[in-house]
Design a binder for this molecule. Sequence first.
Ligand SMILES: [Zn+2]
Length: 288
Amino acid sequence: MDFHLQLLNHEELVIIHDIRLPFMDSFFQIDTLIIGRTFMVVIEAKNYSGSIVVSPKSQQLVRTYKQTDQTFNDPLEQAKAAMRKLRKWLFKHDCNAVGNLLSYEQVVFTNEKTSFYVDTEINLLADKYCRPNALIDKIEQLQVDKSTKAIPFSEVIRTSKLIASSHQPWFPKYTKLEHHISDLRKGVVCVTCKVGTMSYTPISCKWFCPKCKAISKDAHLLTLYHYALLINETISNKQFRRFFNMESRSSAYWILKSLNLPTLGSHRGLVYSLKPFLIGRFPFTDSF
Ligand SMILES: [Zn+2]
């Protein structure tokens, strides 16, 4: 399923996998949590083989495999319980903005060879069970729905970081934040159409979107802001080129130099501090 989720436009979306959070005297687990600026989705992924019949009314799932029936609890109930606990957890940890987002639960059957049937006449309920491809459609619909007020993306990031750092693995081990939070989409996302990936023209020092033909002088600022929030507070020339999909070392040098950022180290070890982005020194950060 991770493969399918990579197809999503990661702009302003955080995807966290395999979280286990302390709750009262116990823990609760979430397979995948997606947080956007207007919604959050708890996903319960099931990799059953065979054929499946879900009966939401009796909150049961019957799996038939090699002529044997096996009964499980309805995974949607699991997802709903996880969402209720997550909300309480969020309010307890001062993450009210995310806690108050519109929330959805979704069961995803990841085994493509498995057939499934939901025994209900309520379409809205049947829709809560799907395959990975349909999940992408659903998330994309939520992303384009502008009918609810969006919360700042910085709040999404702050909450996601708190969730990832509060994660308690079954076996205590060193886990990096990046392991849980998927990379942002690489490259400069067009600030006009939000779809195209802009390319840099060194001669004019401008960004160009092949999709909507928009031209921008400072499209890299938003991407750098997201990098600072989610990945690191410093960036080297090499990291910049990798994240911005840019080959030219000198273009990267001139872009970074033009920002007058504080620097640390020297020569090849030189890194630029992105702190000014985090304290709102760049005017655009006010609107996020
Ligand atoms: Zn564009």
